[in-house]
Write a protein that binds this ligand. Sequence first.
Ligand code: TPP
Length: 528
Amino acid sequence: MSTVHSTTYSLLRHRGMTTIFGNPGSNELPFLRNFPDDFRYILGLHEGVVVGMADGYALASGKPVLVNLHAAAGTGNAMGALTNAWYSHSPLVLTAGQQARPLIGVEAMLANVDATQLPKPLVKWSYEPACPEDVPRALSQAIHMASLPARGPVYVSIPYDDWGHDVDADAELLVERDVQSAGTPSSSQLEWFKEHLAQAKNPAIVLGPEVDASRANQLAVALAERLSMPAWVAPSASRCPFPTRHPCFRGVLPAAISGISAKLEGHDLVLVIGAPVFRYHQNAPGRYLPEGTQLLHLTGDVQEAARSPMGDTLVGDLHATLQALLPLLEQSDRQLPEALPLPEPVPEAPGRLAPETVFDSLNALAPEDTIYVKESTSTVTAFWERVEMRHPGSYYFPASGGLGFGLPAAIGVKLAEPDRPVVAVIGDGSANYAISALWSAVQYKLPIIFIILKNDTYGALEWFSRMLNVDDAPGLTIPGMDFCALANGYGLEAVLAESREAFEKALTEGLASDKPLLIEVPTTTIEP
Ligand code: TPP
């Protein structure tokens, strides 16, 4: 007879979800009993790390991922990381072990009271099965909910006495169920889109993370070339949707209303693909768009579509829509934009390295298919200018700005993409939100290079404090940390690189190694 336990593992196996990220407690042990040989369990030492690793894995693999958390406390620890997973549309199937059913009502230790409320509003769906026999069906629903557009995290709370229950033969029907979505626009919708584009005299294109997630990068390039448009990356970029040395590439739009308006001045049409309109950050009010500019938007997310303050939106599958649209568009006779000039090296001075110098070395030495996981907030602009990214899936940044993503996400990315080099570029502030991820990198023998840019400050906050005229805020400097010692404490090799030569030597050795390496680089502070 099949049980909740055996049916669940069959379901996960059938969906290819054999890598499970977790941090266990007593409520989760019955699920982990007889853990099958064809599954792997990736342990994180804190639930922020667990969700960060799972997020990285889901982003790089494009597949739903099972996460096993411990009751309410584990869920609470995971919530910060969940802000990023929510905004990056990561299909995380979060499960949390619940107390045994008879003990929930009396609020025994580890009862997750009102469990389904706890992760809201950072999940698409939250559920606790009403009876043990419903657990496999609930997990099947969770997997499909997470995977269907717009993708996102879901949550299922499972009482631990459910796992041993028998299920009837029909539970097997769940295992092979397939649920698909289709989203190609109608011919009149395509015609409408085409007409707007054909009439534009000076269009620009703005590309968001969904382009990279749906692997529509080459279609975006073809569209930019077809209409000879400058191509911007949408503000607060969490992925790289467009090759950064392409002649059309213009960089990342600023994350402010007035800043975006200024950059888009002169364009009669702005076509936004696969991004919210827009993901602002600084409060710099102004007109949303320059006078006379029209905005056309394509997204797979109904919420993004509905909440935009301006423009006309088509909700559909990005890849399928672009594929259908391209053959309808004639080649523009406008001149292709000229490629941005390469940035000059910054003069080298004794003392700390400039982050720009670190990025120039990285750009020169890292293989072209390197995947960068970036979480150093003051160096975002410099990084985009200096490090070339050509291939889909080359860049991941916390999608909600919640720190603690970078170190664990790099681990998840490397587990999903073992054949590509993975370099994590992390600020000294950011690194501390999830420092125990280093342990997982060592234990699972993942050759990742962790570069810690140590400027001894919360650099981006120092910049913000100038913007907001707050010149007396405490708590913005973070001196006195030894990242090599921290790394060694988790069993990781580490190098302190205090010159360009030392950094390049360590990087070269790290790239050739089959073990993780941390490189601590004392750096100057720069403007974001
Ligand atoms: N807590 C979380 C979980 N997320 C945040 N974004 C912040 C606090 C606020 N915050 C934004 S940027 C920043 C902080 C603390 C500084 C990060 O410092 P660091 O990683 O050293 O990067 P730098 O800005 O110096 O490049």
